[in-house]
Design a protein around this ligand. Structure first.
Ligand code: BGC
Length: 774
């Protein structure tokens, strides 16, 4: 069917129903819409009236995108669904022409010709791949994250995609969990700001009306909720947390995205306090819909309805489907629970048609808002796709993003930067010098792994015609994961045959630059570890290199905090590059050469060992806090490890140094409704210009419930020229001091507060105090 034919059919139907039905109250269904726009609601209602029960249920069915991939609808199940108009959405198919073809099939075969909503996991870029989200969050640059999300949206929406399964906003405090790479780290305050920035970037809207622009990408906040608290850092594991922890730690970033206007949510795989999230009425109806007023649509995670059987929460798929729709879920990803059983459940009177109408209304509203009823091919613009995908401006932004995500963890004797004009023989050693495949990290859904720039290529370009001369030996290989077993491959165990050559080259060098890490599929979904040291025999190789006595610069490529306890003691420099994306090698070379002065800081604590996990900065004090300066027995501590992490939250070095001084507070008392202003002077005391993330931490000393030892409540990333001083100011008001009191009321309790203006969560040198009056 041609586009104009389609428009005439739908246009006629919609206006016909509009004529017969002027009043709001006569609608087929009453539901709280996302837009709140009576016209849109009316259009949705008009379409609903035309639909059979089967067609309605079909809208609630989301299928993976490989049906009819070769052209005409084929005779497999998905082809059958498509012919009957029983696919509301599909995901992870790409390309303007390909998606156009699929939409054409839908319009040709389905009775009502309701456009399919095409979705995808565009987590950190479409083809232009940005650093993994955890890395990008280390930039503490919200504009940068908004911009990369916008670029991802530009590329995705030109390639047929209208709906993105991102951002992932799960607070994550366990580096064993592979999915820490997808989020913004451990902190609630910061994570909420990042979540909002990413929604702004993907959706790019000021109001629901903007969804009709062809480059808006509907965002999906996931995974609701507390997925990051999976027991023992094992993916999909149970979550058992108090309601207080749920409210204080896990819900806020989700709420922040609702406030930012996110249009959809995804369920989480885990059970939460005994109830799987996908069948959890408390979180989806009581909290998301009723308390937060969310009017958008909710999709399950992949097969999450079926999984309620394995959870032991549903006896069969039929019961699982009922539990899910009763919880407030609108769309079923993959399980086919809705499409198989909802009709039967309606006939049996166990699910009402009204429940189905509400879910379908939410789905149709999004299709209207996204302009798909006006033009089902709105997102299929092959010309625009060609023009925007991997556009030079996008690559430039990806390089900047990568520079700003790289964290300098250690730099003894200012070995870095490696100046181009100083004669140096550098031995490049390690499996990541020439590794290309891993550089995009996981969830680089369309990022071409062959196009990412390796470290070797970046260095060769950077140091061409310079006084620096490189030699290279791989030394060892990266252990792989066997895809069939999802375990470390037993057939690809790295051996030591390359050690001797590597050590030989190292001996003839002035500096050893070692690039090591984890293969990309060692983090991400279903990629959890109990041992978070460098995989394989990389540490053993480092030990051999150490024996040469040459300075060692270790550049790391990985998707989670690693246990670097040996490395931090024994190598001179550590650069945490994460997975920097398409422009990896160039950005890392920019940092190594000092053309970019590192400014990133950790957003997830690096433990000394896995035994410390969970370890995060905003812990409680306990009744027996450990203090270095007082007797150490019977205190809250270990007998075999310090309490402190190896590298704390908010930590990261620069090629310059910053000094904080003159902490000032406008008043030591704060009246209700008032505020206090705190400030400190920050001076660049080093030799080069640089950027510093100035952090504000607050401690509520006494509460109706115990309070964390400190909480991040503000930050500013400032640029300082060599020798320059800036006064950095923060305003503290009641809102910033609010907490859930003993009765779960959100308020600020009177009393004493401590404040630090700090360079990291472990810096307590600039300390202030004030009292919030009754
Ligand atoms: C993941 C989701 C993702 C979905 C679709 C699931 O396995 O948990 O985050 O959006 O697959 O690809």
């Amino acid at each position: 069917m041609s586009k104009s034919h389609f428009l005439i059919v739908i246009g006629l139907l919609v206006s016909l129903m509009a004529c017969t039905n002027g009043s709001h109250t006569n609608k087929v269904t009453q539901w709280k819409s996302y837009s709140g726009d009576p016209d849109i609601e009316h259009k949705v209602d008009s379409v609903l009236r035309l639909m059979t029960l089967d067609e309605k249920i079909g809208q609630m069915n989301q299928y993976s995108g490989n049906f009819a991939a070769t052209g005409e609808v084929n005779d497999n199940k998905s082809g059958e669904y498509l012919k009957k108009g029983m696919i509301g959405s599909t995901f992870n198919t790409f390309g303007a022409d390909h998606i156009r073809m699929l939409q054409e099939q839908n319009l040709k075969y389905s009775r009502l010709k309701i456009p399919i909503l095409f979705a995808a996991d565009v987590i950190h870029g479409l083809e232009t791949t940005f650093p993994i989200p955890l890395a990008e969050a280390c930039s503490w640059d919200l504009d940068l994250m908004e911009k990369s999300a916008r670029i991802a949206a530009e590329e995705a929406t030109a390639s047929g995609i209208a709906w993105n399964f991102a951002p992932m906003v799960d607070i994550a405090r366990d580096p064993r969990w592979g999915r820490v790479m997808e989020g913004a780290g451990e902190d609630v305050y910061y994570g909420s700001l990042v979540a909002r920035a990413r929604v702004r970037g993907f959706q790019g809207i000021n109001s629901y009306k903007d969804f009709a622009k062809p480059n808006t990408l509907m965002a999906c906040t996931k995974h609701f909720v507390a997925y990051g608290a999976a027991q023992a850092g094992r993916d999909y594991h149970s979550v058992d947390i108090s309601n207080r922890t749920l409210y204080e730690t896990y819900l806020p970033p989700f709420k922040a995205t609702v406030d930012e206007g996110v249009a959809s949510f995804m369920t989480a795989f885990n059970d939460l306090n005994g109830v799987p999230c996908t069948g959890n009425k408390y979180i989806f109806t009581d909290i998301l819909r009723d308390a937060w007023g969310f009017g958008g649509m909710v999709v399950t995670d992949y097969t999450a309805i079926t999984e309620m059987i394995d959870h032991g929460y549903a006896a069969n798929l039929k019961q699982a489907a009922k539990l899910s729709i009763d919880a407030g879920i609108d769309m079923d990803m993959i399980s086919e629970g809705f499409v198989t059983y909802l009709k039967e459940l309606v006939k049996e009177g166990k699910v009402s048609e009204k429940q189905i109408d509400v879910a379908v209304a939410r789905i149709l509203e999004m299709k209207f808002l996204l302009g798909l009823f006006d033009d089902p091919y709105r997102y299929c613009n092959a010309e625009r796709q060609k023009e925007v995908v991997m556009h030079p401006d996008h690559l430039k932004a990806a390089r900047e993003g990568a520079q700003r995500s790289i964290v300098l963890l250690k730099n003894d004797n200012n070995i870095l930067p490696l100046k181009k004009d100083i004669v140096k023989r550098v031995a490049l050693i390690g499996p990541f010098v020439e590794e290309r495949e891993s550089l995009n990290g996981e969830w680089a859904i369309k990022g071409d792994r062959n196009k990412s720039v390796t470290l070797m290529e970046g260095l060769r370009e950077k140091y061409a015609n310079s006084a620096v001369k490189f030699t290279y030996a791989q030394g060892t290989t990266l252990p792989a994961i066997d895809n069939a077993t999802r375990h470390i491959s037993e057939t690809q165990i790295p051996d030591k045959s390359g050690f001797a050559n590597a050590v030989g080259l190292a001996k003839k060098s002035d500096i050893i630059l070692v690039a090591m890490g984890e293969k990309f599929h060692w983090s991400g979904e279903a990629a959890c570890r109990t041992d978070i040291t460098l995989p394989g025999n990389q540490r053993e190789l480092l030990k051999e290199l150490k024996k040469t006595g040459k300075p060692i610069v270790l550049v790391l490529f990985n998707g989670r905090p690693l246990d670097l306890s040996w490395e931090s003691e024994n190598v001179d420099v550590i650069v945490e590059a994460w997975y920097p994306g398409t422009m990896s090698g160039l950005a890392v070379a920019d940092v190594l050469a000092g053309d970019y002065n590192p400014s990133a800081k950790l957003v997830l604590t690096f433990p000394r060992n896995v035994g410390q996990i969970p370890i995060f900065y905003n812990t409680k004090n306990t009744g027996r806090p450990f203090d270095e300066n007082s007797p150490k027995d019977y205190k809250s501590s270990y007998i075999d490890s310090p309490n402190s992490p190896l590298f704390p939250f908010g930590y990261g070095l620069s090629y310059t140094t910053f000094e904080y001084s003159n902490p000032t507070i406008s008043s030591v008392e704060m009246a209700r409704g008032g505020n206090v202003i705190v400030s400190a002077d920050v001076t660049n005391t080093g030799e080069v210009a640089g950027e510093e993330v100035v952090q504000l931490y607050i401690h509520d000393k006494v509460g109706s419930v115990t309070r964390p030892v400190k909480e991040l409540k503000g930050f500013k990333k400032i640029h300082l020229e060599k020798g320059e001083t800036k006064t950095v100011e923060f305003t503290i008001d009641e809102d910033l001091l609010s907490m859930y009191d003993i009765d779960m009321n959100w308020l600020a309790e009177s009393g004493d507060f401590e404040v630090w203006i700090a360079t990291s969560s472990s810096d307590e040198s600039n300390h202030l105090e004030f009292t919030l009056l009754d």
